[in-house]
Design a protein. Structure first.
Length: 66
């Protein structure tokens, strides 16, 4: 389940990766904010979810750095 949650979060983010930075770069940044800096970060802070694991944390750092 953890791996699936991570994969879905990545898929929901990378679908907005810009091929042309003028057309969809804003959507990608919105997805990063909404998914990784919002939902995932909230899960990490709450420490109440079993969905948070090292791979998810590492992916969050990678996505935010991109």
């Amino acid at each position: 389940m953890k791996e699936a949650y991570c994969a879905v979060a990545l898929e929901c983010t990378v679908k907005y990766l810009p091929g042309d930075t003028d057309t969809c770069g804003g959507k990608y940044l919105d997805a990063v904010d909404r998914i990784w800096r919002g939902r995932i970060q909230d899960l990490e802070r709450s420490k109440a979810s079993d969905l948070v694991f090292d791979q998810l944390r590492n992916r969050r750092l990678q996505v935010e750095a991109a």
